[in-house]
Design a protein around this ligand. Structure first.
Ligand code: ADP
Ligand code: ZN
Length: 625
């Protein structure tokens, strides 16, 4: 059973970072020019044979040479009968530095035609040769300057346009997002309403001497609507909105970021009242002096400049700075001092009700068929961010469009759900043995779940391979749980092992297909033992383990502060818990072998079964869990 975490990156349109790509075109152009120039000076495709001066004279005295061309010290000669320049009978030689008084008489004696040519290149060639390099150098310079500038986002100002602020300015009318379009996030909206009031009527606050909000830090996982909320705040207040990402301040020259900050703030002050939004503040606002993340000087200068600008707000400036981050843990505490980002707004992943609202917002302008129950999908999308939900509705719409439908229906939503949760449909399994094994595996998960009284309902089983998984059994939590009982967790262990146990029971052997299940199962068992005090022997003691970052899903190292003896005991207890669960699951499945067979066969036939179909297939056998 794969994880139910959506792993879709949030589609954040503010994150288009310019890529500093080296352009090879000017260099290539130069190279081609030089090569062609050298080819031209070499002349002709086949170089004539070069012979010694003595050999040349020998040939003349034997009457083999018809004509020569002299150009400086260079001799170019043709043997008798040579016709074209490419003729192999052409040759070259060099005159010695010492004058040879016998040469001319010898040539005349043998009636060799003598042509003398000036050693100077024609004027036009000389000019080109001397000018071309300059043109090239100039072109290269102009080109790189322009490339640099466009990367810097400056408009005009040449080499001196570096510091121009990169912030995108949106005037009030071009935002077009209101709080209506932001679903859920009620507490964040309440905090921001105050900011809006202040931006609309700064004088009112000033007269009363109320201390004014300057910086607000929005914290939350990616895609929870931080950017959206900042835009909506500006739009509701009807003020200009400057949007910039922290990473955009960092360029290759120290000091550029700081001067950009200065530019942006002075522009915002000019347009006051106005709102500045700094996305990914953590990219400049990490704890200073840790030596993390490279380019420290630049980062620190930029951060210091932001702080200095915020400290320097006078009471006349009605400029509010909103900053967003999904790593509040790494921020420099100096950012959070009074007068800076002293207010915090936390955005959580949406709960079911909020998810329904977000789905509503994003399907508002789309034709949705009657057989689509958005509430059902709100329940099934635990862990989805606002951006994931938007993506979900969009995938459904794309699917409907692909099949030329007038409305987006149940099938499209199912497709989108599976795609986001599990990835695109993979290669079809042709091998019947494999197919049978996968069917039993998934049926094993499903039957174990159906027979678990505390467990969530099974919403879907499929043996269509997707992404990394060969099949999937999806269960639906009836609500977003905040607390899990031990019974529920033990059932969960059994459900995870159900696939493997069913394979062993029905086909006699286990396979590699359960690797992911075992990983999840072991992890859960370990947490039960070490963190939730659910083991008799170890008791209600917390043993720090590697923990996952709350937002980013990466492991964070934790110091181990228990003895090796305890570590061994933990391993033993985890192992026993999992093994015991396996035995129980095997027993459960062999007691209900009929159910397992019916479901596996139905899966082989239909590949995907949704909740109602499972009920129908199992009929009277369907356990009333
Ligand atoms: P963040 O800045 O937190 O990474 P964004 O504000 O860029 O996230 O959100 C990305 C998209 O997800 C938004 O453009 C919006 O369409 C959608 N979205 C996120 N949260 C919500 C919400 N609460 N209501 C409606 N749409 C949302
Ligand atoms: Zn499995």
């Amino acid at each position: 059973m794969p994880e139910q975490q959506p792993n879709q990156p949030s589609n954040d349109e503010q994150k288009k970072l310019p890529h500093p790509v080296f352009d090879w075109r000017p260099l290539l152009f130069t190279a081609v020019l030089f090569i062609s120039y050298y080819m031209a000076t070499l002349g002709g495709a086949t170089a004539p044979e070069a012979i010694a001066y003595s050999a040349f004279k020998e040939m003349v005295s034997h009457g083999q040479v018809s004509s020569i061309t002299l150009k400086g010290k260079e001799i170019r000669g043709a043997k008798i009968g040579a016709t074209s320049q490419k003729d192999a009978r052409y040759f070259t030689s060099m005159l010695p530095d010492i004058d040879d008084p016998t040469l001319i008489p010898l040539l005349e004696q043998h009636h060799v035609e003598i042509v003398a040519k000036s050693t100077e290149s024609p004027l036009w060639l000389t000019m080109i040769i001397s000018i071309v390099p300059w043109i090239l150098i100039f072109a290269l310079f102009a080109y790189s300057n322009r490339a640099l500038q466009s990367r810097m986002g400056g408009n005009g100002g040449g080499m001196f346009g570096f510091s121009k602020s990169k912030a995108k300015l949106y005037e009030k009318m071009d935002i077009g997002i209101t709080f209506d379009e932001v679903a859920g996030l009620e507490s964040a909206k309440i905090d921001l309403r105050e900011v809006i009031e202040y931006l609309i009527q700064p004088e009112k606050f000033r007269k009363l001497g109320a201390s004014l909000p300057r910086g607000i830090l929005m914290m939350g996982p990616p895609g929870t609507g931080k950017t959206l909320l900042a835009k909506a705040t500006a739009a509701e207040a009807g003020v200009p909105f400057f949007s910039v990402s922290g990473s955009e301040f960092i360029e290759m020259f120290v000091g550029v970021g700081a001067s950009r900050v200065r530019d942006m703030f002075s522009e915002a002050r000019e347009k006051s009242p106005s709102l500045i939004f700094i996305d990914e503040i953590d990219s400049v606002g990490r704890v200073r002096g840790t030596g993390m993340g490279g380019g420290n000087d630049e980062r620190e200068q930029t951060l210091n400049q932001i702080l200095a600008e915020m400290d320097g707000f006078s009471t006349d400036d009605a400029v509010v700075v909103l900053a967003a981050t999904n790593r509040p843990d790494v921020l420099d505490p100096a950012l959070m001092r009074p007068g800076r980002f002293d207010r915090k707004v936390t955005l959580e992943l949406p709960q079911k009700k909020a998810r329904l609202k977000i789905l509503g917002v994003h399907s508002r302008k789309k034709p949705i068929a009657n057989d689509v129950d958005l509430e059902h999908y709100a329940a099934r999308t635990i862990g989805y961010s606002g951006a994931d939900l938007e993506n979900f509705v969009n995938e459904a719409a794309l699917h409907a469009a692909r099949f030329n439908k007038q409305e987006i229906d149940h099938e499209d939503f199912e497709y989108a759900h599976d795609k986001i949760m599990l990835g695109s449909v993979g290669q079809e399994i042709i091998n019947n043995d494999d197919k049978k094994r996968i069917a039993y595996h998934e049926a094993g998960h499903a039957i174990t779940a159906l027979l678990s009284p505390n467990s969530d309902a099974v919403t879907k089983i499929t043996i269509v391979p997707r992404g990394r998984s060969l099949g999937m059994t999806e269960t639906l939590p009836s609500e977003d749980r905040v607390n899990y009982l031990q019974d529920f967790l033990e059932e969960r262990l059994r459900i995870l092992l159900g696939g493997r146990c069913a394979e062993k029971l029905a086909l006699g052997q286990v396979s590699t297909g359960a690797a992911d299940d075992l990983k999840q199962c072991t992890r859960l068992a370990r947490r039960m033992v070490t963190q939730w005090g659910m083991n008799e022997k170890l008791g209600p003691v917390n043993f720090p383990q590697h923990e996952e970052h709350p937002f980013l899903g990466m492991e964070m190292a934790q110091p181990k502060d228990f003895s090796d003896h305890t570590a061994r005991l933990i391993d033993e207890e985890v192992q026993q818990l999992v093994s015991r669960s396996e035995k129980e699951t095997s027993q459960l499945l062999s007691d209900n072998r009929t159910l397992l067979d019916i479901l596996a066969n139905a899966l082989l036939e239909q590949e995907t079964l949704e909740h109602d179909e499972i009920k129908k297939v199992l009929g009277d056998h369907y356990p009333m869990a």
